[in-house]
Ligand binder design. Structure first.
Ligand code: CA2
Length: 148
């Protein structure tokens, strides 16, 4: 099945700065690894990152029509603010897992609030880059459970 890995603003900087929060891997290394892992599970994974809210909304709307069955989504800083992205997810009714590399609950109080979590199948936070891999495994199980 088709899975979309969507990353929001500043995640293109992965591996370049703030390794104490976000680790040492680059985004392209994470995307490549996840694509290989998805292929091994019999899925195809497409990856998209943008620093722009509208571009992320457009990609979510396209996902509805292009056969995407599941979304792995790290909304970055939009996690805490973007009603427009939330509306796009609600409108397209795509199933998704919300991913945070850092433990948003152990940082500034404003990071504890997400506008997405109540719509998500699940939320992973604080497990580093590994969170993406765990989310993919959970998505695989979810997709299999939906088939039966
Ligand atoms: O922990 C996460 O994955 C976040 O979604 C990352 C966002 C932050 O605003 C959220 O509260 C939690 C920030 C992404 C910034 O990514 C960077 C990566 C490397 C260097 C600098 C920023």
């Amino acid at each position: 099945m088709q899975i979309l890995l969507l990353n929001g603003p500043n995640l293109n900087l992965l591996g370049e700065r703030e390794p104490q929060h976000y680790g040492h891997d680059s985004l392209s290394a994470v995307e490549k690894r996840l694509q290989e892992q998805a292929r091994a599970l019999g899925h195809e994974l497409n990856a998209f990152q943008s620093n722009h809210e509208g571009a992320l909304i457009d990609r979510i709307q396209t996902a509805r029509k292009d056969g995407t069955a599941f979304l792995l989504f790290n909304p970055g800083g939009y996690t805490h603010t973007s009603v427009a992205l939330r509306d796009a997810l609600a409108a397209t009714r795509l199933s998704f897992i919300e991913i945070h590399i850092s433990n948003v609950h152990a940082r500034e109080p404003f990071r504890r609030q997400s506008v997405f979590s109540d719509l998500a199948v699940g939320v992973i936070a604080g497990l580093g880059i590994q969170g993406y891999e765990l989310a993919l495994l959970a998505a695989d199980r979810y997709l299999h459970s939906q088939k039966t």
